[in-house]
Design a protein around this ligand. Structure first.
Ligand SMILES: Cc1cc2nc3c(=O)[nH]c(=O)nc-3n(C[C@H](O)[C@H](O)[C@H](O)COP(=O)(O)OP(=O)(O)OC[C@H]3O[C@@H](n4cnc5c(N)ncnc54)[C@H](O)[C@@H]3O)c2cc1C
Length: 590
C-alpha cells in the first residue's frame, strides 16, 4: 500500500489536542473549514504526487557527475508541480508573495509531505527555514533580491553549518570570511553533509553559510551568517556569473537516498562572494531562526514516517494470515491483527504517532501565538512555551519514529526485512532524523540547560500547570471507560514535576549530573506531555458529541501502557545518573 493522508487524525489533533479554536481570532478571516480544505489539498499532493516517487528516489538516489547532481526520474517534475501549487509559500510573508498562513497549518502539511517522502520534502523544508531567517534578519536589498524567488520556489535555499571538525560543536567551524572592502565578503572553506547543496530542481541555489571573520572572537560568539548565491543576480533580476562555490561530492547513505547530501567547497578561485545577514559575529542568533523552524519540521518528519509505518503495518496485519484465534479449526488461519501481541505493536505505533503529532502541533501553535498575540506579555509567554517545546517536538518525535518504523518491520515479520514492502525504507529513512538538526542528545541538553531555566523556570511551571489542568478535567469527567487513564497521567505529570525541580536544582552545582539525565528526562517530558494532549483530545471529542471511541482508546492505551514508564524514568534520572558518572571504568577498560 502507499501513503494515505490521515485527514481525520490530523483534524482531530488540530481541533481537539491543541487549543486552535480560541486562537482562530489571531488568523484574520481564516476558518476551520479553510484549514481543513488547505490540509486536504496538501494531503492530496503528498499522496498523489510525492508518495509515488519515494521508492524510485530510494533506488536511484542522487547521481553526482562533473559537479552536477541529477535527482531521480520524475522528481524535477514533481518539484515543478510543487512550485506551481504554491506549497513553498504557505507561511511566507504576503509582502514577498507568501500566503501568511499560520505555522500550525503548515505543520499539518509538512507532516504529510514528509510522510510521502522525507528525501523529497527535505529540500523545500530548508528553503522555508531560509525564508524565515532572511525575512527576520536580512537587509532590504537582500530581501528584495532573493525573498520572492525563494518564496515562489523558483530558487531553493541550503543551510550550511557542518564541517569535518564542527558538528554538534558549531563553534569549532573554520570556514573563513574576509571583508572584501566593498561591503561583501570572500568565503573560503569546506562544508560537509549539506542537504540539497547541489541539485537539478532550480536554476539558482542560495546558500546560507556560517563562517568566521579573521578578527572574530572564538566559539559561537564569533560566527557570522552569509548568503552565498550559486549564481549572482544581476540588477534586472536575471542570473549572471557563477560564484566560487561548488559541490565536490555526494554522500552514499543509509537512507533518504534521493536527497543529495553534498560536500561543498568555497573559494577555489580566491573566495566565494558572500553577503552578510544581520550583524558581524551575530550569525548564530540568525541561524537559530532557521534552525528552530527546521527542528520543528524534522519533528514532523518523525510524525510523518511514524504515520506511514503505522498505515503499512495495519494494512499488512489485516491481510497476512498466520495462526488461529481460539475456536478456529486447524485448517483455518486468522489475520495476524487478531493476535494480542500484534495488536500491542499496532496500538503502540498508533498511540506514539498521535502523541508526537499533538506535541508538534502544540509547538507550532505556540509559535503562532508568539508572533500574532496582540498583547506583549502573551507573546512573550508563548515564545517561552515554543522554545521549551521545540527540542521535545524534535527529539521525542524522531525517537518514536525510529521505534515505530522498527515495530513496523516486526509486524511484517520476514517480509519487513525485504525491501519490496517499503517497511525497510521507512526504517532506514527514519534514522537520520534523530541525528541532523542537532542530535537528539543535544536537544535534550538544550531542554535541560537552556529551556528549563527560561524565566526562572516560569515556562516549565506553566507547562506543568497546563498538564495538571488536563489531568484534573479528565479525572472530573469520571467516565468508567477511561480506566486508569487519569491516575496514570497524574503520576506521569508529578514524576515530571519532581524531576524538573531536581534537575533545575543541579544545573549550577552538579552540571554533569544534569547532563547525564537529560535524555531520559526528555523522554519523560514527551510521555507526560503527549499522554496529556491525547487525553485532552479525547475529552474534547467526547464533549463535542462526535464519536470519541477511537480517541479515548488511544488516550487510555497511551496512559496505561506507555506513560507508566514515567516512574521508571524518574528513577533513572534521580538515582541512575550517578552510575553514568561512576561507570567510567567500564568504558576505559573496554
Ligand atoms: C544526511 C545528512 C544531512 C545533513 N544535512 C545537513 C545540512 O543540510 N546542513 C548542515 O549544516 N548539516 C547537515 N548535516 C549534519 C548534521 O547536522 C550533523 O551530522 C549533526 O549535527 C551531528 O554532528 P556530527 O555528525 O559531527 O556528530 P558529532 O557532533 O561528532 O556527535 C557524535 C555523537 O556525540 C554526541 N555529542 C557531541 N557533542 C556532545 C556534547 N557536547 N554533549 C553530549 N553529546 C555530544 C552526539 O549527540 C552524537 O551522539 C547532515 C547530516 C546528515 C548525515
Amino acid at each position: 500500500m502507499t501513503y494515505r493522508a490521515p485527514l481525520t487524525d490530523i483534524s482531530l489533533a488540530l481541533k481537539h489536542a491543541t487549543s486552535l479554536a480560541p486562537a482562530l481570532g489571531l488568523f484574520g478571516e481564516l476558518s476551520i473549514e479553510d484549514i481543513d480544505a488547505i490540509v486536504a489539498e496538501a494531503g492530496r499532493f503528498a499522496s498523489e504526487v510525492i508518495a509515488p516517487l519515494n521508492r524510485i528516489g530510494d533506488t536511484y538516489g542522487a547521481v553526482f557527475k562533473d559537479g552536477n547532481v541529477t535527482t531521480a526520474p520524475g522528481w524535477k517534475e514533481a518539484y515543478r508541480a510543487w512550485r506551481s501549487a504554491g506549497w513553498n509559500a504557505v507561511t511566507a510573508p504576503a509582502e514577498w508573495g507568501g500566503q501568511d498562513l499560520p505555522q500550525i497549518v503548515n505543520a499539518a502539511c509538512t507532516e504529510m509531505w514528509h510522510a510521502a517522502s522525507v528525501a523529497f520534502a527535505n529540500g523545500p523544508m530548508l528553503t522555508m527555514a531560509a525564508i524565515d531567517a532572511l525575512n527576520a534578519h536580512g537587509s532590504t536589498t537582500l530581501k528584495r533580491t532573493y525573498l520572492s524567488k525563494l518564496v515562489s520556489g523558483e530558487w531553493m535555499g541550503t543551510m550550511q553549518l557542518t564541517e569535518p571538525q564542527a558538528g554538534s560543536d558549531v563553534g569549532a567551524l573554520r570556514t573563513r570570511a574576509e571583508r572584501a572592502g566593498d561591503g561583501t565578503y570572500r568565503i573560503t572553506g569546506q562544508k560537509i553533509f549539506i542537504t540539497f547543496g547541489e541539485h537539478d530542481f532550480t536554476d539558482n541555489i542560495i546558500h546560507f553559510v556560517l563562517a568566521r571573520l579573521p578578527d572574530a572572537p572564538p566559539g559561537t560568539r564569533g560566527i557570522s551568517l552569509f548568503l552565498v548565491p550559486k549564481f549572482f543576480v544581476q540588477a534586472d533580476g536575471s542570473l549572471g556569473a557563477r560564484n566560487d562555490v561548488r559541490a565536490h561530492s555526494v554522500e552514499h547513505k543509509l537512507g533518504i537516498h534521493g536527497s543529495p547530501t553534498c560536500t561543498m567547497v568555497f573559494g577555489d578561485a580566491g573566495g566565494a562572494t558572500g553577503f552578510l545577514i544581520g550583524e558581524e559575529n551575530a550569525g548564530m542568533s540568525c541561524m537559530f531562526t532557521m534552525m528552530n523552524r527546521a527542528r520543528l519540521a524534522v519533528g514532523l518528519q518523525g510524525v510523518g514516517i511514524a504515520e506511514c509505518a503505522t498505515q503499512k503495518a495495519l494494512s499488512y496485519a489485516r491481510e497476512r494470515r498466520q495462526g488461529r484465534e481460539p475456536g478456529m479449526s486447524s485448517s483455518q488461519s486468522a489475520p495476524i491483527i487478531v493476535h494480542p501481541d500484534v495488536r500491542r505493536m499496532l496500538l503502540t505505533m498508533r498511540a506514539l504517532t498521535q502523541a508526537a503529532r499533538a506535541i508538534c502541533y502544540a509547538t507550532a501553535l505556540a509559535i503562532d501565538r508568539s508572533e500574532r498575540e496582540s498583547d506583549e506579555a502573551k507573546r512573550r509567554a508563548a515564545h517561552a512555551q515554543a522554545s521549551l517545546l521545540t527540542p521535545v517536538a524534535k527529539a521525542f518525535s524522531t525517537d518514536i519514529a525510529n521505534e515505530v518504523a522498527s515495530l513496523g518491520i516486526q509486524v511484517h515479520g520476514g517480509m519487513g526485512y525485504i525491501e519490496e514492502t517499503g517497511a525497510a525504507q521507512l526504517f532506514r529513512d527514519a534514522r537520520i532524523a534523530a541525528i541532523y538538526e542537532g542530535t537528539n542528545g543535544i536537544q535534550a541538553i538544550d531542554l535541560v540547560t537552556r529551556k528549563l531555566p527560561l524565566g526562572d523556570g516560569a515556562a516549565v511551571r506553566a507547562h506543568l500547570e497546563d498538564l495538571r489542568g488536563i489531568v484534573s478535567a479528565f479525572d472530573a469527567d469520571n467516565d468508567p471507560g477511561f480506566g486508569w487513564t487519569a491516575v496514570r497521567l497524574g503520576e506521569a505529570v508529578e514524576s515530571l514535576a519532581r524531576v524538573t525541580a531536581w534537575l533545575i536544582g543541579r544545573l549550577d552545582k552538579e552540571p554533569e549530573t544534569a547532563l547525564a539525565g537529560a535524555t531520559p528526562y526528555l523522554r519523560l517530558f514527551g510521555l507526560a506531555s503527549g499522554g496529556c494532549l491525547l487525553a485532552k483530545q479525547a475529552l474534547s471529542v467526547k464533549r463535542s458529541g462526535d464519536d470519541s471511541a477511537a480517541a479515548l482508546g488511544s488516550a487510555r492505551f497511551f496512559a496505561e501502557h506507555l506513560a507508566v514508564a514515567a516512574g521508571a524514568l524518574e528513577r533513572t534520572v534521580m538515582e541512575g545518573t550517578a552510575s553514568v558518572i561512576a561507570a567510567d571504568a567500564m568504558l576505559t577498560t573496554a
